[in-house]
Design a protein around this ligand. Structure first.
Ligand code: SF4
Length: 335
């Protein structure tokens, strides 16, 4: 079905994505490749995307890797196969580019847990503190942040703050608690959580460790402290991936969004991987926001160049300062 640009825009307002039927006979991989060349577009895909989207992406990575790629790309269009705050970060880092997101509804429970106006009042109680925010936060929150961080560089970022300065850490209380332990710094924590990483069951993981005695339990620092306590290795998504690739161990129980298992299995095909079980019986440890993106939505978004992520100029200017500081610290640390 072909639509005019105006018709496409109207449809977008209704749904947050272009709900258009597409010809079932077309090869989406080939069509997406064609559109990428035609439009000088790059697809940046997060590790938590479905395998088909990871396969069609030009670069697959975690928040830090994707931000670095977004900052340096020469492509005219950045198709961000991830969630909204990631596309906003790409726009702030490379404002001259058109940044697309397959589905505008792809938000993040963690970013949503720190609404900017409420955070503003909270921050006002600690006027001398430095604000360090996890990249999983809204563009508005970034305008109130001194230094941004990802789970890959958070320890370096915290250590870069002078010892005599107090720190507010937002929005993830689990990552914040882990960083307090790791760096020995006392911090004021905002009490936000990621609904996916809060879901892992200590009891079921302990049982899985007994069932697979040769397996290492590896976890993302967004998991709850009592889950992290029994982990053999804690790291960001890319650090977990690298650990599986380089370790001599043959089996792993993995506590993070299971989308990463696709790249882990690709890079270590002989290793056995088990997704850590959630407290419920459903697939609740899949991120419902990440999984809103489909190959069809991505194809249509690239074709119509909609939905586009647009930010006001002052948000771009004020918000990117904390991201630039983070990238500088990462560069110095060789990350
Ligand atoms: S996994 Fe958690 S932190 Fe990541 S996008 Fe989903 S809700 Fe947000």
């Amino acid at each position: 079905m072909k639509l005019s640009l105006q018709e496409a825009k109207n449809k977008l307002i209704e749904n947050g994505f272009l709900d258009i039927e597409i010809d079932k006979d077309i090869n989406l991989f080939e069509e997406i490749e064609k559109l990428k060349k035609e439009k000088n577009a790059i697809i940046l895909g997060h590790y938590y995307q479905i395998p088909a989207i990871q396969d069609v992406s030009d670069f697959v990575g975690d928040s830090l890797g994707l931000a670095q790629k977004a900052a340096e790309t020469d492509a005219e269009i950045i198709m961000f196969a991830g969630v909204h705050f990631m596309a906003e970060t790409a726009k702030m880092l490379n404002p001259g580019k058109k940044v697309l997101l397959p589905d505008l509804n792809a938000g993040c429970s963690l970013a949503n847990s720190a609404p900017a106006p409420i955070f503003k009042s909270f921050k006002a109680q600690y006027p001398d503190h430095i604000v360090v925010s996890y990249v999983n936060s809204s563009a508005e929150l970034k305008t109130m942040t001194d230094i941004c961080c990802t789970s890959s560089n958070a320890v370096h970022v915290i250590n870069s703050v002078p010892k005599d300065k107090g720190i507010i850490f937002a929005p993830d209380r689990n990552l914040g608690a882990y960083l307090m332990k790791k760096t020995g710094r006392d911090m004021i924590l905002w009490h936000g959580v990621c609904q996916v990483h809060e879901m892992f069951s200590w009891e079921k993981i302990s049982q899985a460790m007994q069932d697979h005695p040769g397996a290492e339990f590896i976890a993302h620092p967004e998991c709850e402290p009592h889950v992290l306590e029994i982990a053999d290795f804690i790291g960001s998504t890319s650090q977990l991936l690298n650990h599986v690739k380089t370790s001599d161990v043959e089996e792993f129980i993995v506590a993070t969004e299971p989308g990463i298992l696709y790249q882990m299995q690709k890079s270590a095909p002989d290793k056995k991987l088990y997704s850590a079980p959630p407290t419920t019986t459903c697939a609740c440890n899949e991120c419902p926001f990440m999984k809103m993106n489909t190959l069809e939505k991505l194809y249509i978004a690239l074709k119509y160049e909609l939905p586009e992520v647009v930010l006001e100029q002052n948000i771009i200017e004020e918000g990117r300062v904390c991201i630039d500081r983070m990238l500088e610290i990462s560069k110095k640390a060789g990350l």
